[in-house]
Design a protein around this ligand. Structure first.
Ligand SMILES: NC(=O)c1ccc[n+]([C@@H]2O[C@H](COP(=O)([O-])OP(=O)(O)OC[C@H]3O[C@@H](n4cnc5c(N)ncnc54)[C@H](OP(=O)(O)O)[C@@H]3O)[C@@H](O)[C@H]2O)c1
Length: 301
């Protein structure tokens, strides 16, 4: 049976690697959901398969663009939607960057926009479909495994969405915690939102992939050094890997029967099931994030 997967952030790094894996399976049509038309088209072309893989416009820094996406997907006349991979992500050095709606960019792109996208696409997902949300080990307070990255400092969602002074790395860690909370909360609610559909929802910590473009907001010397350290880190550090390795894992979470529901709400660390942080597993915090995110995106409809 032919099926479609929507992947955010498939123009680069982990998303591109995942798209390449899925495009290699004959039944999958890949939609590269991209903010830049030319980069999206180049990424879709590079997947091969003639015109079967396509790009559609999606700027996660603008909720209006997110709202327009489901209709564009519908109009593209592709095979039934079987999977959504919420992968795109950004990391800034500070918290001053804003989106079209005036929200702090890291929280808004990594969490709020994906929250809205997933909620809007749920109705289009075929029975037995999959949702995979890319999170990160930095949502856990484990500095050593996270190579010194600061842990999250959770707050009311409204304050996390407010731009201002402060560390971009902490904003990133908070956004990744929001990704795990959303995956677990969606897994808890999925049978109410789509009764009997058997949709699987999981989260992935892909590990450290030093060769991706995630550090593009960092100073030039760091950007130059980081990819050079990549092969060494990938061999020596326990939480380090490559985009190709984790792209394969992300594709399995979408295509492999081993990740069909039940069970729902698995948190995979690199290739094995792991345990999200206690904060991520707190159902009250997650329910609050859920209702506040609905409010911040201006409602789901
Ligand atoms: N790299 C790591 O070590 C690491 C570790 C843990 C988790 N992760 C997670 O892995 C995921 C992928 O990151 P990566 O490392 O592959 O980084 P990357 O190479 O920088 O890729 C990020 C992707 O997100 C897209 N994107 C950024 N802003 C967007 C927007 N406003 N609208 C639509 N798309 C947007 C980029 O598109 P453009 O081509 O238009 O820029 C790009 O395709 C992220 O969720 C990240 O948090 C990464």
């Amino acid at each position: 049976m032919q099926r479609t997967v929507v992947i955010t952030g498939a123009t680069s790094g982990l998303g591109r690697a995942c798209a390449g894996e899925l495009a290699g399976l004959p039944e999958w049509t890949v939609v590269v959901a991209a903010r830049d038309r030319a980069r999206g088209a180049a990424a879709a072309r590079a997947l091969g398969g003639g015109a079967s893989h396509v790009t559609l416009p999606l700027d996660l820094a603008d909720l209006d663009s997110v709202r327009a996406f489901p209709a564009a997907l519908d109009a593209a006349g592709l095979p039934p939607l079987h999977a959504v991979v919420a992968n795109a992500g950004i990391q800034h050095r500070d918290r001053r960057h804003t989106t079209a709606q005036g929200y702090e960019a890291t929280f808004a792109v990594n969490h709020l926009a994906h929250f809205l996208l997933l909620r809007l696409l749920l109705g289009q997902l075929a029975d037995g479909g999959r949702v995979a949300i890319v999170a990160s080990g930095v949502h856990k307070p484990q500095r050593l495994r996270n190579f010194g990255f600061p842990p999250p400092r959770w707050d009311e969602p409204e304050r996390l969405a407010e731009p201002g002074p402060g560390s971009g790395q902490i904003a990133y860690a908070n956004s990744k915690l929001a990704n795990v909370m959303t995956a677990l909360e969606l897994a808890r609610r999925i049978d109410t939102l789509r009764p009997g559909a058997g949709i699987a929802v999981h989260a992935l910590d892909p590990g450290l992939m030093p060769e991706t473009a995630l550090t593009r907001g960092y100073p030039a010397p760091v950007r130059r050094l980081y990819p050079r350290l990549a092969p060494l880190l990938a061999r020596l550090a326990p939480g380090a890997t490559s985009a190709a390795g984790s792209g394969g894992q992300l594709a399995r979470m979408v295509a492999d029967p081993a990740y069909a529901a039940p069970p729902n709400g698995r948190y995979v660390e690199l290739t094995r099931d792991g345990e999200p942080s206690p904060l991520a597993r707190d159902p009250e915090l997650a329910a609050r994030l859920w209702s506040e995110s609905e409010r911040l995106v201006g409602g789901i409809s």
